[in-house]
Design a protein around this ligand. Structure first.
Ligand code: MAN
Length: 564
């Protein structure tokens, strides 16, 4: 493909259309160089003003100027290309500027965009429509070459594509704004979470401190115990008593529930029976001399007249209901007594304070305990040997402390992760934050390739089989590219581009771990344009995304013309 470097894109609207000798410009001279060719009799080499020629030497198909400026419309000076070896004459001429003064042969391309064709293509017998759609560079019709003017048709198509591209770029710019807004929302979420985690951490630390001092207090009291349960946690007398009382209460409650239910059933049957007999007494026929019926009626009247005992008492029933509720609902927490290590069996059962009035008993009890603890703390009295095992109270308190510490560690970890996330590079405006986890894929050869933004690239055989990791996202980079942009706009173009480096993918047999460089360019949709394996297991993806529109010249209106 011909290099585009020599093609200058000009602002066609500002250029008067003069080609060849028309309008006073010799053939091949672009409007911006017209001023050098104004003299009707002589011509001065552009970069070597000391060399003056007759005007007839311009475009006479012989290269006179060291900078080639006397042959703007022929290929006579094309050997002056920077890639060509210089002639001996020029080499010996120290201080002479031999760099081409003109960018190429000027094609007016009316109906399209003017451009310059490299001099070596002038009159080479090939129509260079991609750069010179009017075919004017083949003006000598070498070998009968006739290049028709295709500028109208090509220009129309080019403008159509240009408009579509502009529209698409507009949409892409709007999408980027949306992404940036979304990224801002996500960032705010992280910041808010960091703040709430800070508060939770303060609370967690306070809780740990409280539980630790609670544990210390429990352990201190533990030391002061006179009697402890044995190491195998066998129940003491108090425990046995509590167990029996609990069991007995349970039996009584069950029996009471059963008796109450039987009573309710009998009471309702009695009411039903009394109703039947009362109706019978009202409705029987006394004129029938049936001695059995009369006796039954009299018996009913006697029964009805008798005192029936106490009426059902709602308050009494409420009491019964309350009795049948669980002990806990009635304020009796057996577990408290079963696990309460503060009071030793001996203390509760045999302590003499138990026989004292309640207020005095509490006061005295406290004083004795304080004294005992003080003596242990001061080393006067030995504490209870810890070797006899840990009480449930201490174990529970330790568990509470360790669980609170675990929660706190979790909060610290989460806080750290959120903080790191906030410091990560998500690109200009944090835009890639909004694309995390989004994936795009495309088929190429025998594989489908997938890119998951800020995550990894993957190679998947179309026929099925194991997927290959082509690299995990490491960081964003900026790289310089210089590539053609096809008419559909799906290309990297030239300049700095944002790239995503992926490393440490699946190991390549006899090669490195797979890696992928993903180079991004502005586009309306996320799309993989191209995938190449540049070296064994070293891949490069060219990807379009709205995320990079407007960054480093990206997404600005395309240059007037790269290729026709
Ligand atoms: C697989 C693919 C290729 C790679 C070779 C290396 O076939 O991952 O891209 O070149 O392995 O052995």
């Amino acid at each position: 493909m011909r290099t585009l470097a020599v093609l200058l894109c000009l602002n066609c609207a500002a250029i008067p259309y003069v080609v060849g000798s028309e309008g006073g410009r010799p053939r091949g001279v672009g409007p911006e160089f017209a001023k050098f060719y104004k003299d009707a009799t002589s011509f001065t080499c552009i970069s070597n003003p000391s060399i003056s020629l007759s005007i007839s030497q311009v475009n006479d198909d012989y290269c006179d100027c060291p900078d080639g400026s006397d042959e703007p419309g022929t290929s006579a000076c094309s050997y002056l290309s920077p890639l060509s070896p210089h002639t001996l004459a020029h080499q010996s001429n120290a201080g002479v500027n031999t760099t081409l003064a003109l960018p190429g042969f000027y094609c007016k391309n009316k109906g399209h965009v003017p451009s310059y064709v490299p001099f070596e293509h002038v009159n080479d017998g090939v129509c260079d429509y991609d750069v010179c759609c009017d075919g004017s560079e083949e003006w000598d019709h070498v070998g009968g070459t006739k290049c028709e003017d295709k500028c109208q048709a090509l220009g129309k198509e080019w403008r159509k594509q240009g408009e579509a591209r502009q529209k698409s770029l507009g949409n892409a710019g709007r999408k980027r704004k949306e992404l940036v807004a979304e990224a801002g929302r996500l960032r705010k979420q992280v910041e808010d979470r960091i703040q709430s985690l800070g508060t939770e951490i303060e609370g967690g630390e306070l809780k740990v401190r409280q539980l630790e001092s609670e544990l210390t207090e429990i352990e201190r009291k533990e030391k002061g115990k006179v009697v402890r349960a044995s190491a195998d946690k066998e129940m003491g007398k108090m425990g046995v008593l509590v167990g029996l009382a609990k069991q007995r209460t349970e039996e009584l409650r069950n029996a009471l529930t059963r008796v109450k239910s039987e009573r309710d059933s009998s009471r309702s049957r009695l009411q039903e029976l009394e109703g039947i007999l009362s109706t019978f007494k009202e409705e029987y026929n006394p004129n029938f001399n049936d001695e059995g019926v009369k006796r039954a009626v009299r018996a009913w009247e006697d029964y009805a007249a008798r005192d029936k005992g106490p009426e059902p008492d709602a308050a009494h029933d409420r009491d019964l209901d309350a009795f049948t509720k669980s002990d806990k609902e009635n304020g009796l927490d057996w577990e408290e007594y079963e696990s309460d290590d503060e009071e030793s069996d001996t203390e509760v059962l045999y302590a003499f304070e138990a026989y004292l009035p309640s207020s005095l008993r509490t006061w005295l009890d406290q004083k004795l305990r304080d004294l005992r603890l003080w003596m242990i703390d001061s080393g006067i009295l030995a504490g209870t040997a810890p070797s006899t095992g840990e009480s449930k109270g201490v174990t529970d308190a330790k568990n509470r402390v360790s669980s609170a510490k675990k929660d706190l560690d979790g909060l610290h970890k989460s806080h750290r992760e959120h903080q790191e996330d906030l410091e990560k590079d998500f690109g200009l405006d944090d835009v890639f934050r909004a694309m995390k986890g989004q994936c795009v894929s495309t088929d190429s050869g025998e594989y489908t390739y997938e890119l998951c933004f800020l995550d990894k690239t993957t190679q998947m055989p179309k026929k099925g089989g194991a997927h290959t990791n082509m690299g995990n996202f490491v960081r964003l980079e900026t790289i310089v590219v210089d590539e053609d942009v096809p008419p559909n706009g799906k290309g990297l173009g030239s300049g700095e581009r944002v790239a995503m480096k992926h490393e440490n993918g699946q190991h390549c047999w006899n090669g490195p771990n797979r890696s992928t460089m993903v180079v991004l360019a502005c586009a309306e949709e996320n799309e993989i344009w191209k995938i190449m394996e540049e070296e064994k297991c070293v891949y490069r993806m060219e990807v379009g995304t709205p995320a990079v529109c407007g960054i480093g010249g990206e997404g600005k209106p395309a240059p007037a013309k790269d290729e026709l």
